[in-house]
Design a protein around this ligand. Sequence first.
Ligand code: NAD
Length: 252
Amino acid sequence: MTQKVALVTGAARGIGLATAKLFIEHGWLVAALDRDTDALKDALATLGQSASGFDYDVSNPNDVERALPDVLARFGRIDALVNNAGVADFGPIEETDFARWRRVMETNLDGVFLMSQAATAALKDTKGAIVNIASISGLRASTLRVAYGTSKAAVIQLTKQQAAELGEFRIRANCVCPGPVRTKLAMAVHTQDIIDAYHDAIPLNRYGSEQEIAEVIVFLCSEKASYVTGQVIASDGGFESTGVGLPALRQS
Ligand SMILES: NC(=O)c1ccc[n+]([C@@H]2O[C@H](COP(=O)([O-])OP(=O)(O)OC[C@H]3O[C@@H](n4cnc5c(N)ncnc54)[C@H](O)[C@@H]3O)[C@@H](O)[C@H]2O)c1
């Protein structure tokens, strides 16, 4: 099989589904992995023949151990791993009990570590790419994100560790930090106040779209990014680069 294969986690909806669609538009095959069985079924109906579904939980080491042989049995190769599966659970520090902390860490951080480790042998064979999805919450701290923000900051460092160590095998590892996108994940934790605050703090003055994030992910997995590794790219409308006072200084 000569067609390239992308393994996308959390591919049943949101940014992961948009990424799977874009890979297919670019001629790739897609292994769409998600633990939401019903959503995955719906997603596969829209993705068509170029995608196959894999119903696994990235936070569960036993699942991960079974998922990779399953993907390889179906496709024979993995050229890109997109660690996109993530959960958001916001709350004040004093109300973040250990169970909530672990719920966030086990998917957002453990899942990225486990999936990447399990895929490394296959990625060595293809001199493939890893793209980890962190968040602007991993770049700049904010309230209520003690678990989420910390998990995403750790994903940024994990990406750099992967780039440092896997470069000699010609595996590239990069990280995308999306700004706010109106997905199910974000809308569950973004109140109207948070939405307004984001608009104020973002130079482009709006949320991003799933497609805009997918474009960066697919670029980083492509040959066009063949000399890019260890990088953290914020696709965030300028949120990370700016300081205070933006709304007051706007001309309109
Ligand atoms: N939407 C935003 O505003 C935003 C901003 C910054 C970062 N992100 C990150 O982008 C990624 C995608 O988020 P989204 O907004 O598309 O979310 P979403 O909730 O729409 O989709 C996430 C998908 O991941 C799956 N998933 C979650 N945990 C899983 C697990 N343990 N194993 C397998 N599948 C799992 C879910 O079932 C779901 O289909 C996440 O890592 C998120 O943290 C999102």
